[in-house]
Write a protein that binds this ligand. Structure first.
Ligand code: SF4
Length: 437
């Protein structure tokens, strides 16, 4: 046990700092998949699972298979497909054997689609309690899933929950409990709906359940999942629904999901917005990498935002670096692309491979050691070469990720990098002059 206690300047003892991230919430664990696809664990301490959903028609078998394979290649661990019609569940019989990733059938309105999807070999069912109201119908899906060991996600969405007369009292009780919350009525409604459904599952002794409660309101998503996490021990599927365009949707999703995950809540995530679903998968992983919840695969790129000191076309360079390096490198190499010497040396020291630019030139560092000073047009190729060489050395055991060899001294701003840095030098002189007067 750590004993160390530091003393604050006020003289008070300060407890050792253990970080602000909360430990993962303990949940039951469910397994999705079979011997052929492998089984993906959700909850119970398993790594947070990234999933996405097909955008195309499930009945279009070849296109659906190709879409699923693209997502799998991008890192998705589960893929959901919509099955609104009989021809969709029928298509699953051909699709599932052609893909090596667990498939989830998304069922709305028609419980028969769930039964057909189960017959077709699907690995998980998503049911929306708001739009299958007949208890016997739900029971028949539960029994079929139980027989085959298939889990069910119970997903209530803000837009599809329906007030039920027989739950009015519970609603009123919960309504009072959440009365002071801006979305209290909605939270009460979603919790009531989940409770109602979980009673049906419990009555049939079925516990292979994942819960979700999505909204397009990021703040409500944080509140509703926090409340669910306090009340149920099932694993949680996090998502902001209909989050918008790629730009706004990514922010909305990451604000809500990132906050929950930092608080220890969440076992599988789907980021969703109106764009290529490959982007959702990439954004979900980036969020999890940033929170330290998944081990990074591939390059971690650091880049400066540029400012009036910039002397190269950094935006183009960074895009090119990303496009060139990402497909070429598998290891989580930290690569920094910096516009000038102000932050360049610090990043060069912290990154495995770094370039900081001067007047149409770039100085390249590997593990803090300078290895090249090249003209702007050669930066990209040289950086790629150094990254590949470094990756080969790491694989061979001759170098370690995240290990710096030297502390960097910034180069002479005027001499080595060119006259562009006269601006910095002039600023420095001015500062000194002001300080002296
Ligand atoms: S690294 Fe240099 S160019 Fe980039 S933002 Fe910082 S000061 Fe500006």
């Amino acid at each position: 046990m750590r004993e160390s206690v530091s003393i604050h300047r006020s003289g008070r003892a300060v407890a050792p700092y253990n970080g602000s991230m909360q430990p993962r919430r303990k949940t039951r664990q469910i397994l999705v998949g079979d011997d052929r696809t492998g089984r993906v664990a959700i909850g119970g301490g398993a790594p947070i699972v990234v999933q996405t959903m097909c955008a195309g028609y499930t009945w279009d078998i070849d296109a659906c298979v190709a879409e699923i394979q693209r997502y799998k290649k991008a890192g998705a661990e589960l893929v959901r497909v919509a099955v609104p019609e009989r021809k969709d569940t029928e298509a699953l019989k051909s699709i599932i054997p052609q893909v090596d990733i667990p498939i989830v059938a998304d069922v709305h309105f028609h419980y028969q689609r769930a039964l057909e999807a189960i017959e077709s070999g699907v690995h998980k069912i998503r049911l929306n309690p708001g739009n299958i109201n007949d208890r016997d119908q739900v029971n028949s899906v539960i029994d079929a899933c139980k027989e085959r060991g298939i889990p069910i996600r119970v997903g209530v969405n803000e837009g599809s929950i329906i007030e039920r007369k027989d739950k009015q009292r519970r609603m009123e009780e919960l309504g009072k409990y959440f009365a002071d919350h801006r979305s209290g009525h909605l939270i009460a409604l979603m919790i009531t709906k989940l409770e109602e459904y979980l009673d049906i599952f419990a009555a049939r002794d079925f516990h292979q359940v994942v819960l979700s409660a999505k909204s397009m309101d990021a703040a409500l998503v944080i509140d509703i999942y926090t409340e669910i996490a306090n009340r149920f021990d099932y694993p949680l599927h996090l998502g902001v629904t209909h989050a918008g365009t790629k730009d706004s949707g990514a922010i909305r999703s990451v604000v809500a999901l990132g906050s929950l995950i930092a608080n220890g809540i969440g076992d599988t995530v789907r980021i969703s917005y109106a764009s290529d679903h490959i982007d959702e998968v990439k954004d979900a992983f980036e969020m999890l990498y940033c929170l330290g919840k998944r081990e990074r695969k591939g390059v971690e790129l650091i880049a400066c935002p540029t400012c009036g000191r910039i002397q190269v076309d950094l935006f183009t360079l960074v895009k090119e670096v990303e496009k060139t390096l990402m497909p070429e490198l598998d290891l989580p190499i930290k690569v920094a692309v910096m516009g000038c010497i102000v932050n360049g040396p610090g990043e060069a020291e912290g990154a495995d491979v770094a370039v900081f630019a001067g007047d149409r030139r770039g100085i390249i560092y590997v593990q803090g050691e300078r290895v090249a000073n090249v003209p702007e047009e050669e930066i990209l190729q040289r950086l790629l070469l150094e990254c590949k060489t470094f990756e080969a050395r790491v694989r061979a055991g001759d170098a370690k990720l995240g290990e710096k060899k030297v502390s960097i001294l910034p180069p002479d701003p005027i001499g080595e990098l060119g006259s562009g840095h006269a601006k910095i030098a002039a600023g420095f002189v001015e500062q000194v002059t002001v300080g002296r007067t």
